[in-house]
Design a protein around this ligand. Structure first.
Ligand SMILES: [Zn+2]
Length: 187
């Protein structure tokens, strides 16, 4: 455990496990793009999630994060109507979910009073944080709001926060627009 600390961000973040699944772009298209292609891109992604690790991720970690991502994708498919979950995927998620949580420290700071600081997680602990988020997502109160994006090549999953529960695209600014343009051209 390193001694470097970062403030816990006050605002709720998007679900980490859905973010991980979304690191494959155009998953169902002819040329999917992987945002976690190497240790440097994994490091960048982790930092953007508030999960910068110590030590920095290596090639083995890249494989571990990608394995968890693919298990998450298949489990999301399963719970949204794609059949029973694969035991191997459950085993993988459960293995990561047992990783200890990143250390936290209550500190008295001049001006701000008591703050909660979190130590940098190891890559294994970061996998644990994401695996536990996934387990919670797949079994939580909003699991019936999980959707696969309706855009042809996208394939990612999102939580439908619309009142009517009729959202079809992961991001109406990108996938939704693309679909509307394609429909307009076809019509
Ligand atoms: Zn999409």
């Amino acid at each position: 455990m390193t001694t470097r600390t970062d403030r816990i961000p006050p605002a709720p973040r998007p679900r980490l496990s859905l973010g991980l699944v979304g690191t494959v772009r155009s998953r169902l298209g002819a040329a999917p793009r992987d945002d976690l292609a190497d240790p440097a891109s994994l490091e960048t992604w982790l930092a953007a999630q508030g999960l910068a690790t110590g030590p920095a991720p290596d090639e083995v970690d890249v494989r571990e994060f990608r394995s968890l991502r693919e298990a998450a994708y298949r489990l999301l498919e399963a719970v949204t109507g794609g059949g029973p979950p694969r035991p191997a995927d459950l085993k993988l998620v459960n293995r990561h979910a047992t990783a200890p949580a990143p250390a936290v420290e209550l500190a008295d700071t001049p001006g701000a009073g008591l703050v909660l600081r979190t130590g940098r997680p190891t890559p294994e602990q970061a996998l644990g944080v994401i695996a536990r988020d996934l387990a919670d997502l797949l079994t939580g109160a909003r699991r019936d709001r999980l959707r696969q994006c309706g855009a042809e090549v996208c394939g990612t999953f999102f939580l439908d926060g619309s009142r009517a529960g009729t959202r079809r695209w992961c991001s109406s600014g990108t996938c939704g627009n693309r679909v509307r343009v394609a429909q307009h051209r076809a019509g």
